[in-house]
Every structure is written in C-alpha cells, then in structure tokens.
Design a protein around this ligand. Structure first.
Ligand code: FAD
Length: 345
C-alpha cells in the first residue's frame, strides 16, 4: 500500500517506520509496551515500513532482557540507549534521549503507553519536537492519506473523535493499558538490527534527583487492569458496607474487585478501583458487574472482557445490551449466594 501514498511535503519523506517506546521501570517492562508492539506491527504492515522498539535504561540485566524481548514481540529494529542517567525515570534525560533518537532516525509514528510515565514523557517529547500528540487513544488506524488516525473519546465520553495528524511528523499517540490485545511473543524469532545511541548527558546536568522509592501500598494499577477475573459493584449496592460482598466474591474467585465512578465519588472505594473511561480499562476472562447500569463511560472500559455477566434488578438496564449473560435479580442476594457456592467447590 505504500505506493498509494499521496504526495507528502518534501521533508516528511525522511520520516519512516513505526516506533514503540518500551516502558522499562526498575527492570520491568510495562505490558502496555507489548500491546503497542502488536498494534504497531499492524500499522507498519499497512504502511509497508518497519517496526522499531526504543529501549532506554541503565546498563543492567533488566535492559538486556527488555532488548531480547523486543525481538520476540516483533521488532525489526531496536534503538537502544544505555546510560546510568537513565536508571530511574526522570523527565529530562528521557526526553533528551527520545527526542535525540527521533531527530537522528525520524520515525513516522511514535507510540507510548498512557501510563503515568508514558503520559509525562509523551507530553514533553511532543512539545520539544513541536509535533502533535493524541492522548489516550482507544483505536489506531492508517487513513486513506496514509496518515495515523487515532480515535479517542471526547465531550465527556459522549462522542468518539478521530484525529488525523496530517501536518506534523512524527505522529504521536498514547494508548491506555489493556485497550489493545496482548500479542503472543515468538521466542524463536531471530534478533533484528540494533542501533546504539549515545546520550551525552552528565548526571550533574540533571536537575531532578531520585532520593528514595516509597511503594504506594494503596495503588493496585497492574492488578486490576491485568486481572483475569474482575467483580465490580455500582450504585445498586446502596452503601459502602455492601462492597464487602463484591470483595468476598472476587477473593473466592481469585480475582480483583472494582466499581463504577459514582462509587468513587461517594468515597465508598478509592479511585484506583474505578473501571471505565476515566478509570481503568480491563480485559479479564470474566467480568461480573453487580448493580451497574452500563453507561457508555463504563462500557468502554470493560467491553474487551471475554465474558461479561451482569446482575441488575432492572431488566431494561443498558448493561444487558452488551453483557453475555444477564441475571435480573437483587445483587445483595446473588453475590453472597455465588460466594458461598464457589467457596464450597
Ligand atoms: P447507576 O447508573 O445509578 O446504576 C445503578 C444500577 O443498579 C441501576 O441499573 C439499577 O437498576 C441497579 N440496581 C439498583 N439496586 C440494585 C440491586 N439491589 N441489585 C442489582 N442491581 C441494582 N462511570 C464509570 O463507571 N466509569 C468511568 O470511568 C466513568 N467516567 C465518566 C466520565 C465522564 C466525563 C462522565 C460524564 C461520566 C463518567 N462515568 C463513569 C459515569 C457514568 O456516566 C455513569 O453515571 C455511571 O457509570 C453510573 O454508575 P452506576 O451504574 O454504578 O450507577
């Protein structure tokens, strides 16, 4: 399809390939990076270009492992910058490394996860490069002009808008974890081309210093987004105390628990438990929604689940439009009955 490309401005022709920023923190790659490699492969194939991974990190085993994994997840090229100043994420050296690589090797599309780190980095990289950024995309495609078309919710989730980045390069987007499917790695895939980049930033030049890491015991980002089984409750549960029923069923099933937004607004559960457009996107094998009406803002966060079971007293509730199984009943009775039944098994 590359031959079908419309005439682009002269300097755009230097920009080629699809890049995915591999988010590596404390030796671990965030799974959203691999989800983006899967999506990046589709975009690269459509454009007839190569897929590249960008790995920034210290000279340690975690970085080496991340590089090896990029081949398994389909990278043709891996751009690597290993430097002690990249040990802990800090905006300044990471922005310099990524913008330096972009200026040197000119990707046409640059994708990052819409995580705390990815959002921070994408904003400063886009600003430094004076290019556009579509944040929190839920769908990526190549349009008829062969430009990136990134779709995201707008007007409070009531509309979906598709943003075409016609006049800027690279075309940048962030995508939330779990929005794209996780590809299967091929561990037998041979390594591609490694391109090494020298950063040239001295530690003394970096204003931000990491003094200590203190784990936040209350956050549960990875568990809820990547849980296989999720049980969630909505306003139908009536009060904070009744969320014990949701927690109990999740525990007996070995899953995680979550909720709709008004539950967080009421202060019944903390914000990291919220599922939906302004909360977590989930893709579990099983999602049980109890006392949740199924508003569009909730639906967009759960429709990637393999099996959705809804419990609601109202047979007209919108959740029954997209649930695979519906139970018209009082959640306050069904949840403990299910917990008891599963506990006996
Ligand atoms: P309700 O809509 O009040 O539904 C409660 C349901 O419980 C009803 O269907 C009722 O029939 C049922 N019920 C009552 N009693 C029982 C019982 N005993 N047993 C079983 N069922 C019972 N919402 C989210 O969830 N996530 C988001 O990320 C999110 N983001 C938003 C962003 C914006 C910009 C806006 C404007 C809204 C957002 N919302 C979000 C809110 C969303 O529009 C809905 O208001 C919300 O999802 C409704 O929550 P609910 O289903 O728990 O409550």
């Amino acid at each position: 399809r590359a031959g079908m490309r419309k005439e682009l401005p002269e300097h755009f022709r230097d920009y080629r390939n699809v890049w995915v920023f591999i988010e590596l923190e404390r030796g671990q790659v965030h799974p959203v990076s691999w989800e983006l490699m899967g999506e990046g492969r589709k975009l690269a194939d459509r454009l007839g270009v190569q897929l590249a991974a960008v790995v920034l990190g210290p000279k340690d085993e975690g970085t080496r492992t991340a590089i090896r994994q990029t081949w398994a997840y389909g990278a043709d090229i891996c751009y690597i910058c290993k430097d002690a100043v990249l040990t802990d994420y800090r905006n300044e050296p990471y922005t310099q490394a990524l913008t330096g690589l972009v200026n040197a090797y000119k990707p046409e599309i640059l994708l990052l996860g819409a995580t705390t780190l990815g959002r921070d980095l994408a904003g400063s990289v886009a600003t430094t490069l004076k290019t556009g950024l579509t944040a929190d995309a839920t769908e990526l495609a190549i349009d008829d002009e062969m430009s990136l078309a990134a779709t995201r919710p707008t007007f409070g989730g009531t509309l979906l808008c598709t943003i075409h980045t016609l006049n800027f390069r690279p075309q940048m987007a962030t995508v939330r974890p779990r929005v794209m499917a996780m590809p299967h790695p091929d561990m037998t895939r041979p390594a591609g081309r490694s391109v090494w980049y020298t950063l040239g930033v001295a530690e003394a030049d970096v204003i931000t210093k990491v003094l200590e890491f203190v784990a936040d015991a209350t956050t549960n980002e990875v568990n809820l987004a990547y849980a296989d089984i999720v049980v969630a409750g909505g306003m139908g549960l009536q009060n904070a105390a009744n969320f014990r029923l949701v927690r109990d069923l999740a525990a007996v099933l070995g899953g995680e628990y979550g909720c709709s937004r008004p539950v967080v607004q009421k202060g019944w559960l903390p914000a990291e438990r919220q599922i939906g457009q302004t909360g977590k996107t989930i893709r579990p094998r099983l999602y049980i929604a109890a006392g949740i009406s199924g508003a569009i803002q909730h639906r967009v966060g759960v429709e990637g689940a393999d099996l959705i079971i809804a419990i609601n007293t109202d047979p007209q509730a919108r959740i029954f439009d997209f649930a695979h199984l519906g139970v018209v009943a009082d959640a306050l009775q069904i949840l403990p009955a299910l917990t008891e039944a599963f506990a006996r098994r």
